[in-house]
Design a protein around this ligand. Structure first.
Ligand SMILES: [Cu+2]
Length: 443
């Protein structure tokens, strides 16, 4: 017994040692402290530099002072960048702190282990040792845990459920909500029943003094029940999901064409929105044509792109079918509007589509929620890098008239600079003379 106890103690301290070492890794500490220290230093020196700059050039104009100050500040920034390479002394202090903390934890665990082993040894010597005592204790703890767990489930559903739930504001959203509710009801029922059985049985059938175990190596009836029932339930859920998804994504071709087309381009870490101009057609895009002046990579050889409009936000008319063309410039992002029950990946090299009809305007939603600052929002739902949190756009649902009014105020992608650039390029290639003339007429 003492040998086993000793072993258990060793494995516990080994586990604690591993955790302690993980948290004591100096790289964690070094990142924190160095970054914080250099920013502070940069700020302080930058302020100093601005002050000395002003004193030295007393008689000079304010403009000169500003130049001097900014020059000083930029040199101190370079110094700060150099400092970053050195290891801050705080790192060593942190490391020693973690090592000491770890040793303290080890000592506490060792003391507790020894106290328990002494207690058990004394019980054995006094012949009061009951090897089943801890069994009943453990089983009772599990039984108590059952009530804590069920209470937690109830609290979570009643408290957080209401916070997570808001009626969908699109036509297809209602279908997704029905599916979500059915899945939640079935899985919650299974969760509660299995936990009641699992934790009650561990209490009722715990090891007792004269208890005998019934050896049941195999039972075909039980095997059949626990294979067929979940298989049927899962098949129903999967098929239900499959048909719902098909009904949302398989839009007839004529409805695809009659919808308002909008393109959304995701990149690290921003979204760009492109509306078709008066022609209702979004021009082609070719990633090879991406330049500093044409960051979107629009192919201006396609005349459909000449009137394409840049949307500052996503603004869409209510009760009108909208077809989103979702593309990515670099890596996978995800186009997600929670209130609309819309989510689809933006994948580089291919276009994904999501067509839907919004049914509630932003104004109506604000009144419904009694929150006059509320806005629908489109978020990137794929963790795509350090600026992921910042990848969002406001979505505004308005009346058709308001939509047209807004669209008229937005800028075109084919700016005057781009038109000149395009015309100059075309002048070099005479076979494209035609388009030059049209470009000139656009000006
Ligand atoms: Cu993203």
């Amino acid at each position: 017994m003492s040998f086993k106890l000793n072993n258990r103690f060793k494995s516990i301290s080994g586990f604690v040692l591993a955790i302690g070492l993980f948290f004591a890794v100096p790289s964690f500490a070094s990142q924190d402290t160095v970054v914080v220290d250099t920013t502070k230093a940069t700020e302080a020196v930058a302020v100093d530099a601005a002050a000395t700059g002003a004193n030295v050039v007393d008689s000079a104009t304010t403009a000169k002072t500003e130049v001097a100050a900014s020059a000083d500040a930029s040199t101190t920034k370079v110094d700060a960048a150099k400092e970053e390479k050195k290891i801050d002394p705080q790192v060593y202090k942190n490391f020693i702190y973690y090592v000491l903390l770890f040793l303290v934890i080890c000592t506490v665990v060792a003391v507790i282990g020894k106290v328990i082993s002494i207690y058990e040894l004394t019980n054995k010597m006094n012949r009061r040792h009951n090897p089943l005592a801890s069994n009943t204790f453990q089983a009772s703890l599990l039984f108590i845990f059952l009530f804590v767990f069920l209470g937690g489930v109830y609290y979570s559903y009643s408290h957080h459920g209401g916070m997570a739930w808001r009626d969908a504001v699109t036509e297809h959203g209602a279908k997704i909500d029905t599916m979500f509710i059915i899945t939640t009801v079935i899985t919650t029922f299974v969760l509660v029943i299995t936990h009641i059985l699992l934790l009650t049985f561990t209490f009722i059938y715990r090891m007792k003094k004269n208890g005998k175990a019934y050896y049941l190596p195999h039972n075909n009836t039980i095997e059949k029940i626990w294979t067929i029932v979940p298989a049927v339930v899962l098949t129903v859920l999967v098929l239900f999901g499959f048909f719902t998804w098909r009904s949302i994504t398989n839009v007839p071709e004529d409805l695809q064409k009659s919808a308002l087309q909008i393109e959304v381009l995701g990149e690290q870490f921003a979204w760009s929105v492109r509306y078709p101009g008066a022609d209702g057609v979004i021009g082609k895009r070719n990633y090879k044509m991406t330049t500093p002046t044409n960051p979107y990579g629009i192919d201006f050889n396609d005349k459909n792109s000449w009137d394409d409009i840049q949307g500052s936000d996503i603004v869409i008319p209510v009760n009108k079918s909208v077809r989103f063309h979702i593309v990515s410039k670099d890596i996978i992002h995800s186009f997600y509007i929670p209130d609309f029950r819309v989510q689809i990946n933006a994948v580089p090299g291919m276009t994904n589509y999501f067509q839907f009809t919004p049914t509630v305007t932003t104004e109506e939603m604000r009144e419904r929620m009694n929150d006059y600052k509320y806005d629908y929002v489109m978020l990137c739902n794929k963790i795509c890098g350090s600026g992921h949190y910042n990848m969002q756009k406001k979505v505004v649902v308005v009346t058709e008239a308001e939509y047209k009014e807004w669209l008229a105020t937005q800028n075109k992608y084919f700016t005057e600079d781009l038109q000149k650039e395009f015309a100059a390029k075309d002048a070099k290639t005479p076979q494209l003379k035609d388009s030059v003339n049209v470009t000139a007429s656009l000006n």
